[in-house]
Design a protein around this ligand. Structure first.
Ligand code: MSP
Length: 518
């Protein structure tokens, strides 16, 4: 069996609240996964949770719970969140699962045995909130540390370090020779700039268990647990390894070997991550993989950050967008549409309620909703819902735009793809306005012309359902159902002209996006 297209998201911190940023990233990954499946590619979409670390341990203790019980409760909320977003993830990784921990330990044993680690005393500053060591370079001009680091304590402790210096040059060469490894291009330039202008400091890969025990013990020294980022990054390969992926080096697969030639995932095709964690994915992760002897992912795709009304979202100021509230009020497809249409993958975005409502009303209700509703209602009214003989007036435009969408999906240009789809919506709406089928219907001599117009409109609606499927799956399914077609429009091959059979009877037209009073 050939390798599946494998797309991952960042795994969210279990102790955070699911918010717009998390939802945005997961929806992008879902569209990419659905698009690949629609295009006929076997796909695997992985998302999940990052559950270890001091913050989780402290929060659990504060609530009088064991860290595992605390994580289990939160994981249920996050899984429900994924379902609410209608994600089609094939698996959901939790870093506290045995299958993940086992492979992380196999990775650590291998790297330790091959001499990648050494032990040393560290003296300096530590931020618990960011679970990271700080140096004087991290101080602000007035000598203090940024409040974003939370409480900063002075430490004097032994730890294990991963030698990174030998890896710097090959990584620079690799990124230069593989121009799409980090995308968009300006993020790639940032990574290259960082690598060329700094000497990589060795990465501390442990924390003393005496200070923090909510982590994966180092298999070669149980006085330490694995640093959360080493643990978390590994998820992308631990799940394929645990499932017996033949693309993962054999020494990392759990014993007895679970080799499953049917499931070839590694290397990942896309790691989708936010810009804030790009360095971990484009610098540390490739080095970890090289040391493991595993091929590198094809691409690290970095998206931007959302603000609300031009300000950073923060719970303390109440300036947050709660995706669940938006979905409950407007529907999941309205949410998915706004984030994907408003913001391309890369730059930062700004959520405004006015912007959301404007897109809902102009593009969803008056654009797509109106086209589908009036086209199907007219077919129902004038032809009893029976599809007339095939006519190809809009064929060339529909085929041209569908092919454009296909190319954009393959390149993960989701915002562009939505623009192309809406170009077809506009073609349909203008056609109604120009052909005025309601006038044709009044003149029996124009019955044949009315048949032609109705065929073109109904067929455009059918093709739109296919093109929309990865983005707005519920809406696409509803259009299909209103067309009286079975199943979901989840195969891109259905976007060819002439799929609607003359004589077929459509279902009942109902508004897709009810207009809301302002
Ligand atoms: N647990 C780490 C990731 C480990 S991946 C091996 C983490 N978790 S997080 O919960 O803080 O963030 C998860 C993802 O959400 C990141 O990709 C992050 O960039 C994204 N976002 C968090 N806030 C965001 C916005 N305001 N806007 C867009 N995405 C943002 O980091």
């Amino acid at each position: 069996m050939s390798k599946r297209f494998y797309v991952t998201t960042a795994i969210d911190y279990v102790n955070g609240q699911p918010h717009l940023g998390h939802a945005y990233e997961k929806v992008i990954a879902d569209v990419i996964a659905r698009a690949r499946r629609s295009l006929g590619q076997e796909t695997f979409f992985l998302t999940g949770l990052d559950e270890h670390g001091q913050k989780v341990q402290q929060a659990a203790v504060a609530e009088g719970k064991s860290p595992q019980a605390y994580c289990d409760e939160l994981a249920a909320i996050w899984k429900a969140f994924a379902a609410k977003l209608e994600l089609t993830n094939d698996d959901f990784v939790r870093t506290t699962e045995a299958r993940h921990k086992q492979v992380v330990q196999a990775i650590l044993s291998k790297l330790h045995a091959e001499g990648h680690f050494y032990k040393e005393v560290y003296r300096g500053f530590y931020s618990t909130r960011e679970e990271t060591f700080l140096t004087h370079k991290d101080r602000r001009p007035d000598g203090t540390f940024d409040p974003a680091y939370g409480e900063v304590v002075e430490l004097d402790e032994e730890n294990y370090y991963f030698r990174l210096k030998d890896h710097q040059q090959w990584l620079i060469d690799y990124i230069e020779q593989n121009p799409t490894f980090v995308a968009p291009a300006y993020r790639r330039n940032e990574v290259l700039g960082f690598l060329k202008n700094n000497v990589l400091e060795d990465l501390c890969i442990s924390r003393p268990a005496a200070r923090l025990n909510w982590g994966i013990p180092l298999p070669f020294d149980p006085d330490f647990v694995t640093y959360v980022w080493f643990d978390a990054l590994s998820n992308y390969i631990t799940i394929p390894a645990a499932q017996g992926d033949p693309g993962v080096p054999g020494s990392l697969r759990p014993q007895p070997s679970t080799l499953n030639p049917q499931l070839a995932l590694w290397p990942a095709d896309i790691h989708l991550v936010g810009k804030d964690i790009l360095k971990f994915h484009a610098v540390y992760w490739p080095i970890m993989l090289k040391a493991m002897g595993a091929p590198l992912p094809k691409q690290v795709l970095a998206h931007g950050w959302w603000q609300k009304d031009g300000q950073r979202m923060s719970k303390s100021t109440g300036n947050v967008v709660d995706p669940i509230k938006v979905i409950d009020e407007w529907g999941v497809d309205a949410f998915r549409f706004y984030v994907l249409r408003e913001l391309d993958i890369g730059p930062d975005g700004n959520w405004t309620e006015a912007g959301f409502k404007a897109r809902y009303s102009a593009e969803l209700a008056n654009g797509l909703g109106n086209l589908v509703n009036r086209s199907l209602s007219m077919l129902k009214r004038y032809r009893n819902g029976i599809v007339p003989a095939q006519h190809d007036e809009l064929s060339s435009r529909a085929v041209f735009l569908s092919e454009q969408v296909r190319g954009q999906l393959v390149e993960n240009r989701l915002q562009d793809a939505l623009q192309s789809i809406w170009a077809l919506v506009t073609v349909g709406n203008q056609y109604v306005d120009q052909m005025a089928p309601f006038k044709l219907a009044k003149d029996p001599a124009k019955a044949e012309r009315l048949d032609e117009v109705l065929y073109n409109l109904t067929e455009v609606c059918r093709i739109l359902a296919v093109l929309l499927w990865p983005f707005l799956p519920g809406t696409a399914a509803r259009i299909n159902a209103q067309l009286g077609l079975p199943g979901a429009p989840d195969k891109f091959s259905g976007a060819h002209w002439g799929g609607l059979a003359p004589g077929h009877t459509i279902g009942t037209p109902t508004p897709l996006f009810p207009r809301k009073d302002p």
